[in-house]
Write a protein that binds this ligand. Structure first.
Ligand code: AMP
Length: 141
């Protein structure tokens, strides 16, 4: 497996070199909205420590990410009036991974509504900002 590349786009977001629509942060975990959401509220949950994917992540960081993914899933059910949640996580190109800093997708779902194809359409900035603010507020409350 190739080594971790500190120039990957999520590493730049974590270093605040690129903007994001932040949803949650603690000492180990950072979460922000996917800019090409497969459904409204599609959130990415990352460890702050460098890890390419599930194959090299520290197990404690993976546990911390999982706990936050669950918190976000529960909050998203209410905020996005969802009927369910899809959780996805891809490893290496053959496993569907495109950005090589570990991330878990938390995707609110409505009954009978298919997810958009991955990375198919950029959402409007004002929509993403509104969704991030609502989800962040629910997670604080
Ligand atoms: P994957 O590595 O296959 O799990 O997918 C990477 C995900 O990152 C895709 O869902 C993209 O829409 C998303 N993405 C790519 N660039 C950005 C970005 N700058 N901010 C937020 N999400 C992004």
């Amino acid at each position: 497996m190739p080594s971790y590349d500190p120039q990957n786009i999520f590493a730049k977001i974590l270093r605040d070199e690129l903007p994001c629509y932040k949803v949650y942060e603690d000492d180990k975990v950072f979460a922000f909205l996917d800019i090409m959401p497969r459904a409204p509220g599609h959130t990415l949950v990352l460890p702050k420590s460098p890890a390419r994917n599930v194959l090299d992540v520290d197990p404690d960081d993976l546990a911390a990410v999982s706990k936050v993914a669950q918190k976000i899933a529960k909050a998203a059910m209410t905020v996005f009036n969802a009927d369910g949640i899809t959780v996805q996580q891809f490893n290496e190109g053959a496993g569907g991974q495109v950005v090589f800093h570990l991330h878990v997708h938390v995707i609110p779902r409505k009954a009978g509504v298919a997810m958009k194809p991955a990375a198919s359409e950029k959402e409007k900035p004002e929509v993403l900002a509104g969704h991030a603010a609502k989800l962040a507020a629910a997670l604080k409350g």
